[in-house]
Design a protein around this ligand. Sequence first.
Ligand code: PMV
Length: 314
Amino acid sequence: MVKIFVPAAVKLFGEHAVVYGKPAISAAINKGVYVECEKSDKLSIETAGYPSALRFYPGEGRVEAVGAERFFAYINAALRLAEEKWGGLAARFYIKSELPPGAGAATSAAVSIGLLKAYALCAGGDVEGIELAKMGHRVELEVQGIASPMDSTTVTLGGVLKIKTNPFSVDKLNANLPPFYIAFLPRFETTGEIVRGVKALLERRRSAAFVIEAIGRVVEEAEQCLLNRDLECVGELMGINNWLLGALGVVDERAINLLNAARPFIYGGKISGAGRGGAVILLPRSEDALERVLSASGYVYHKVTIYEGGVTVL
Ligand code: PMV
């Protein structure tokens, strides 16, 4: 039996702009996706955990089950790629995500990477590092149409990474961030739809290019703050990054309300990922006070730490 853990990841700085060649800083976290593979008489895939993810509507007291289908496109595309590389395989795969799909925590990339790695090992082969990350990126491109290599690289390598896309390079940052929080808002659109919406805005309004430029500058400054372990600076730049993402139309009122409620108890925070719902990350000044605010408002949230390990064979 092969067992793999692939960390999920948050975007600390630079999402969306990274699609247009700007650098970004992302971080693998200690929650993610487990994939198991066991030889069997036919190919089957079972999913558990978040496939029946819950959408909770704070204030409305409404809960809805969603999500499993969001992984399926990635699972199918990853399987096709794996078959191409390692040939057909009769095996039972079991995939369990600790975090919701399609919500800005790179769980789709983690599912793809975990499936590719487990398939390789189960078929008697192997793949790792940048080669594995590139295969995961191909899956994302196929499913979403537009995708940067940020998520697939981060979940594969682990740690806090500065990613450049033009040309591609990746640096591990010695950031040593303390534990932080990730809260989830319901998200109704897919990453591909939101990324295409930003692309349309950039085509319609030339001045929006300056927002992309400004996000790139924030990333450069944030790298220094992270290396200096200057949390005041990291938090302040998260705030600036979030307003710039707001200018691109991807930060909605729900994220702003959450950040406003948390404001007295955080260094800063921002959405993580494509936006319009999904993940919001919060860098706490006071963990207890922040948890009280998040619980009282009914948000789904997790306390997480940086996971240095990347793809891990258990
Ligand atoms: O919401 P997510 O986890 O799919 O992240 C999307 C990040 C973007 O920068 C908006 C797109 C990308 O491919 O980098």
